[in-house]
Structure formats: structure tokens, C-alpha cells
Write a protein that binds this ligand. Structure first.
Ligand SMILES: Nc1ncnc2c1ncn2[C@@H]1O[C@H](COP(=O)(O)OP(=O)(O)O)[C@@H](O)[C@H]1O
Ligand SMILES: [Mg+2]
Length: 248
């Protein structure tokens, strides 16, 4: 198994008004290529902070983070921007498409920034937008489509540069249950094609789409669950029992 992402002694301390808050405390995590990892934990346990620091979107205050064996902390701003653009895809709960660009434009713009050939990006965008089943919506603005359609456009945007790792922070948090299922099925389908995925969720059903669950508590990893060892029809119960045992 090839390691694609690793943190060693990862620490993140927030400072505000002379008050220190240790949001991540010596987190050691190793993620292999092709894994689908769900990060679970109570509100405030550090899940979003973990995603932002592992992806190079936020800086760290201790330890190291490696993507494909390249240390990404203490890189120059220009180098980290390149990694964020070319190696990382990100989907947010709040979706955050650019409001004055169409769905299509939202998808292609990060592609144009990373790749010289416009044709390659246009073709890839078409493939992705078809796969997301929103081809008939691509010329609309985000305000003119449903939440589920917006999030599917955001997935296409996150995938436009073939990222090494797709990060998702509660990607279905703002969606109803049928849109959530569609989004999770699409995310899962990329994983079945080999895409490495790290997804924060507090929902057991969403976590059951992953192959591994990592449980965070007060900024530390308190346990891990290998879902591959269990039958798919039993996974939600296994996750429930695991979380109960950890004092969820
Ligand atoms: N910019 C910040 N400044 C100060 N404290 C923060 C900041 N961001 C997050 N925190 C604190 O760090 C802790 C973890 O936050 P977060 O990673 O967002 O948790 P989660 O995603 O699990 O709900 C929380 O207690 C939160 O209040
Ligand atoms: Mg969060």
C-alpha cells in the first residue's frame, strides 16, 4: 500500500486575545492511496481543522504533513498554492461556488489556472458535469439551481485537476436526504475508480460509505475502525457501536 498523505505529531494551536487553544494535539495519521476515510467526532473536536491543515489550506503550529512524501509545511506560498491547486480537491458544507459565475465557469476556472490546454479542461469539465447529471444546468448561476445541483457542481470543480486527494467537510450537511444520497453515491463512485477521499461527517450513514473511520476527540485521534472487515449491511451498526464505546 502506498502512503499518499501522512501527518506526524501534527499540532494546531489557535491564538486569540492572548488565549491559546490547542485544536489538534500530536495527530499521527497515515492514509494510503485509494482509501476513503471518514473523520468523525463531536462538534468542536477539530475535524475541520484537521482537514484544513492536512490539505495545506491552513498552516500548522507543530509537526509535519506530507503529501506523496513531500513535506508541505514550511513550503513557500507559491509552492503551496500550486499543491492546493493541482493536488488537492475540496468540497465544503457551505458549497461556496463563485456566485457571479455559471456552474460551468465555476468548474473550468480552476482548471484553466492549472493546465495550459483549454481544450483538455473543457472536455474534462463536460465529462464531469455529465457524470454529475447537471449538463442541462451548466449555464445557470448558483442561485438558479438546487442545493444538490450546486454541490454536484462543486464536486466537478474539486475533481477538475485530477487531485491526488479529495477532501470533503460535511458535504451533505446542507442537503436533504435524497440530495445527500446522490452526492454520497457520486463521491463513492470516484473512490471506486481509485480516488483517495477524506470526508468529515457526523452522520453514521454517510460514514458507512467510507472504508475506514477515524474518531477525533478534543483534538486527538481516539480510535480507528476498519470497515472493510465488516459486511456492508452491518456497517452502520458497527460504527454506532464504535462511537458509543468511544463515548460519543
Ligand atoms: N480561527 C479560530 N480561532 C480560534 N479558535 C478556533 C478557530 N477555528 C476553530 N477554533 C476552535 O477549534 C476547535 C475545533 O474547531 P473545528 O476544527 O472547527 O471543529 P469541528 O469541525 O470538529 O466542529 C473548536 O473549539 C473551535 O472553537
Ligand atoms: Mg467542522
Amino acid at each position: 500500500m502506498k502512503t499518499i498523505l501522512e501527518s506526524k505529531n501534527l499540532c494546531k494551536t489557535y491564538y486569540s486575545n492572548d488565549v491559546e487553544f490547542h485544536a489538534l494535539k500530536n495527530v499521527d495519521l497515515e492514509i494510503n492511496q485509494g482509501e476513503f476515510v471518514a473523520i468523525m467526532g463531536q462538534s468542536g473536536s477539530g475535524k475541520s481543522t484537521l482537514l484544513y491543515t492536512l490539505s495545506g489550506m491552513d498552516d500548522i503550529t507543530g509537526g509535519d504533513v506530507y503529501i506523496r512524501e513531500q513535506k508541505i509545511n514550511n513550503l513557500k506560498e507559491k509552492e503551496i498554492t500550486k499543491i492546493r491547486r493541482e493536488n488537492i480537491g475540496f468540497i465544503f458544507q457551505g458549497i461556496n461556488l463563485v456566485s457571479n459565475l455559471t456552474l460551468k465557469e465555476n468548474v473550468v476556472v480552476p482548471g484553466y489556472l492549472a493546465t495550459k490546454s483549454k481544450d483538455v479542461i473543457d472536455e474534462r469539465a463536460t465529462t464531469l458535469l455529465n457524470r454529475m447529471e447537471i449538463m442541462d444546468q451548466v449555464d445557470k448561476l448558483p442561485t438558479q439551481v438546487s442545493g444538490g445541483q450546486k454541490q454536484r457542481a462543486a464536486i466537478a470543480r474539486a475533481m477538475i485537476n485530477n487531485p491526488d486527494i479529495l477532501f470533503a467537510d460535511e458535504p451533505t450537511g446542507a442537503l436533504n436526504s435524497s440530495s445527500s444520497k446522490a452526492v454520497l453515491d457520486l463521491i463513492k463512485s470516484f473512490n471506486e475508480d481509485g480516488q483517495t477521499i477524506i470526508m468529515v461527517t457526523h452522520d453514521i450513514k454517510s460514514a458507512s460509505y467510507a472504508n475506514r473511520v477515524v474518531f477525533l476527540k478534543d483534538g486527538r485521534i481516539e480510535g480507528e475502525l476498519d470497515l472493510k472487515r465488516y459486511q456492508s449491511d452491518n456497517q452502520e451498526k458497527v460504527i454506532f457501536d464504535f462511537l458509543s464505546e468511544k463515548g460519543w
